[in-house]
Write a protein that binds this ligand. Structure first.
Ligand code: TYC
Length: 102
């Protein structure tokens, strides 16, 4: 960013350096077809959950429609979503994975 000699711009530059990067929640969404075991497997392998945590989150999604899998910086959240969507496609499941600004 260009440094311009006004109070506002200088303050904004300093603020950008001090602030934590924005975080994004990654969610899995419910559907009627993806097997429960597959969702538990995704939560364990892509989101580093234990079998017990993964089962809890999967059941939350199944009964409530969506569940929080993790919170990450933008680049990591985007990669998680891409990898999960591709893995679901590869296995012919309609599982949806989305990110939302935290
Ligand atoms: N509703 C699915 C079933 O009954 C299970 C499921 C859970 C699907 C979580 C997707 O993100 C999901 N087989």
């Amino acid at each position: 960013k260009e440094l311009i000699d006004t109070q506002g711009i200088v303050e904004e530059d300093v603020k950008d350096q001090l602030e934590e990067p924005a975080k994004y929640h990654v969610f899995l969404l419910n559907d009627d077809y993806t097997p429960m075991d597959f969702v538990v497997d995704v939560l364990c392998n892509f989101f580093n959950k234990s079998e017990e945590q993964a089962t809890d989150i999967m059941l939350t999604i199944h009964y409530k429609g969506k569940g929080l899998c993790g919170t990450y910086t933008a680049e990591i959240a985007e990669t998680k979503v891409e990898n999960v969507v591709q893995y679901a496609l590869d296995n012919q499941h309609p599982l949806k994975c989305v990110m939302e600004k935290a």
